[in-house]
Write a new protein. Structure first.
Length: 399
């Protein structure tokens, strides 16, 4: 009897999302009765604003929303996204250049599928979101990490990118504000990188899902606003999840040149067809409606940001760059490694994260999920009391 044919080699090489894995472990421990505080998930703890929920409830009463709609998205949402792209990214696009996707992750996946060919090299500034290298691999590309440490505020330079560029380089991933670091490139840094990409004919995939979450008067300038000529070789990905506390609604989008969006639209027509119509209508309400509650969310994140940075900085051996965007802090914890803590001597941030979960009942994501070891990611998108209690547990553990 012939044995079963093998499973997909490509999918077998793809790792599970590290952030979701840590969050799932934390939730399992909580369900078992342990008082675990989790900084793992990048998910606002706020409820979606009621006017958005009301728009969805109204949409449920309209039978036309029970049917198939255009795979690229409802016209009302594509128009709202085009308006937002002009408002926040400084780029004027037609609604036909917008594709609505099942969350930002689908946009990321489709963006790489659209512009990466087998053997292409994709410059990936590190620390990076854990999904990027896997999505690049699924497009048969090769991720080329370009690392910038805490001494650079986790921001790569043109000199570093140029040193990594080869004749196989076709794409650059540009993320500001950053997940996992919260770093925001200055307008000058963004423009310099944009001009470099334009000069070398390199596609840019820019993830702007945190663009409305910035602090201390900082604006996350889009790379296409800094270098308008770059728009013909740039795909912007975004979504409502972070700004409007809509992670579970699963509405994202991609914006780009008409020819690229045609290819991405063809892919989506076979991959998933249209996004849930009720969720699309809710997303349109979020973009077109009052922004007061979104601003209150941002102010709450800012308060938590200041608290967690100041408290983590009290731990000897922890270096904490000041994040100016998103809702993450990414401390350099190399000063805690190779030292005994409660009878355990961690040598990597993966071992350190395991120690923290076991000894302090605090869940954090180790730097290995985002690039080199020696760092931890903590999301401060959780309640104020838990946020402070969790850091105080770390202070006691590492006293």
């Amino acid at each position: 009897m012939t044995s079963r044919a093998p499973l997909s080699r490509k999918l077998s090489a793809i790792a599970e999302s590290a952030t979701l894995k840590v969050d799932a472990k934390a939730k399992a421990l909580q369900a078992a009765g342990r008082p675990v505080i989790s900084y793992a998930a990048g998910e606002p703890d706020f409820a979606t604003p009621s006017f958005i929920v009301d728009a969805a409830a109204k949409a449920l009463q309209d039978p036309k929303n029970y049917r198939y709609t255009p795979a690229a998205g409802l016209p009302v949402l594509r128009e709202a996204i085009a308006a937002k792209t002009l408002r926040d990214s400084g780029l004027e696009v037609a609604p036909s250049q917008v594709i609505v996707t099942n969350g930002g992750k689908q946009s990321v996946y489709q963006a790489f599928q659209t512009v990466v060919n087998p053997g292409d090299e994709v410059l990936l500034p590190a620390p990076y979101w854990t999904t990027y290298p896997e999505a690049i691999a699924l497009a048969d590309g090769t991720p080329v990490e370009v690392f910038a440490g805490a001494d650079q505020d986790y921001k790569v330079t043109v000199a570093q990118l140029e040193a990594a560029r080869t004749d196989k380089t076709t794409v650059l991933v540009f993320v500001s504000p950053s997940n996992p670091t919260g770093s925001v490139y200055t307008p000058e840094e963004t423009a310099e990188i944009g001009r470099w990409a334009l000069e070398h004919g390199i596609w840019v995939i820019t993830d702007e899902i945190y663009q409305n979450l910035t602090y201390e008067g900082v604006k996350a300038v889009s790379i296409v606003e800094a270098v308008p000529e770059l728009a013909e070789q740039t795909i912007l990905v975004n979504g409502v999840a972070k700004t409007y506390a809509m992670t579970g609604w699963r509405v994202g989008w991609m914006v780009g040149p008409a020819d690229a969006m045609k290819l991405a639209g063809n892919l989506q027509s076979h991959l998933s067809s249209n996004v849930n119509n009720v969720a699309q209508i809710a997303a349109a309400a979020a973009l077109n409606g009052p922004q007061d509650e979104a601003e209150q969310f941002r102010l709450a994140f800012d308060r938590r940001r200041q608290l967690i940075v100041s408290e983590l900085a009290k731990i000897d051996g922890v270096e904490v760059p000041n994040p100016l965007g998103a809702f993450y802090v990414y401390p350099d914890v190399r000063g805690l490694l190779n030292r005994p803590w409660g009878g355990v001597t961690p040598t990597t941030s993966l071992e350190l994260a395991d120690l923290i979960l076991e000894k302090a009942e605090v869940a954090v994501v180790p730097g290995e999920a985002f690039g080199p070891s020696g760092y931890l990611r903590l999301s401060y998108a959780l309640g104020d009391d838990q946020l402070l209690e969790g850091v105080q547990r770390l202070q006691r553990l590492f006293a």
